[in-house]
Design a protein around this ligand. Structure first.
Ligand code: C5P
Length: 232
């Protein structure tokens, strides 16, 4: 069956700092968003890829270069959920019927093909599936005065990463039912699938060596080194 991909890339990259949003920063001479885009282009069962950006004219020169026939570019919105919803609307307008939709942050340049296949199959069966990693740090919560409130058991919690995969109907239904508060504050599509479509996502563990996201300045160095190693 056919699969669609939404690559949200419309963030401002505030936490990275600098004038250029992180998805456009060059790593080994290539803008960050192109790594994930090219990886999904190579997957045969991926039929359409919707790249969601702040301004489509920013990416057109790169897309002309890569000659990407699967890619549709759409305008993003003020939050990640709103950008993904815009991507989903564009994807469902394509003439082919896609049973499963993958959501993957464009600022995550490594896309392990095996993991993508497992997620797609799990989503087709269960409704939703998400990549997870074991926690590196212990997570605690704080009181408003800055003192310690609770310590979570590190072994009982996981870090939610992307790719995530959904039956198209599940994601469409979740986004059609969620509230403005969800759209403005939340970041987790698996939660929308649970709350608004009643689907308990299947979690698939990946390697933290693959499933990292460029978020802060330090990550640019990690990204260069990891991607250099992979290109050798
Ligand atoms: O901020 P964070 O790193 O969690 O963003 C994850 C992804 O969501 C990034 O690829 C970013 O460009 C995208 N995003 C978006 N629209 C927004 C905010 C974030 O597409 N308004």
């Amino acid at each position: 069956f056919d699969v669609g991909v939404i690559l949200p890339a419309a963030g401002s990259g505030e936490r990275l700092g600098g004038a250029t949003p992180k998805q456009y920063c060059k790593i080994l001479g290539k803008p960050l968003f192109l790594y994930a885009l090219e990886a999904f282009e190579k997957i045969s069962y991926v039929r359409h890829i919707v790249l969601v950006v702040d301004d489509p004219s920013n990416v057109e020169p790169f897309l002309q270069e890569t000659n990407s026939h699967k890619v549709v570019v759409v305008q993003g919105e003020s939050t990640r959920h709103r950008s993904i919803r815009a991507g989903l609307q564009a994807l469902t307008k394509q003439e082919c019927d896609m049973r499963v939709v993958i959501v993957h942050d464009a600022v995550r340049p490594v896309v392990p093909e095996d993991l993508v296949r497992q997620l797609v199959l799990a989503a087709n069966e269960n409704g939703a599936a998400g990549a997870v990693c074991r926690l590196v740090s212990t997570v605690i919560s704080a009181e408003t005065d800055g003192s310690l409130k609770t310590v979570l058991d590190r072994n009982a919690h996981l870090a939610s990463e992307t790719p995530q995969a959904f039956q198209t109907d599940v994601l469409v239904s979740a986004y059609s039912k969620c509230t403005d508060k969800d759209l403005d504050c939340g970041t987790e599509c698996l939660q929308l699938a649970l709350e608004y479509a009643g689907v308990h996502a299947q979690l698939v563990e990946g390697s933290p060596n693959d499933l990292w996201k460029v978020t802060i300045h330090r990550d640019m160095y990690t990204a260069s080194e990891c991607l250099r190693e992979r290109s050798n």
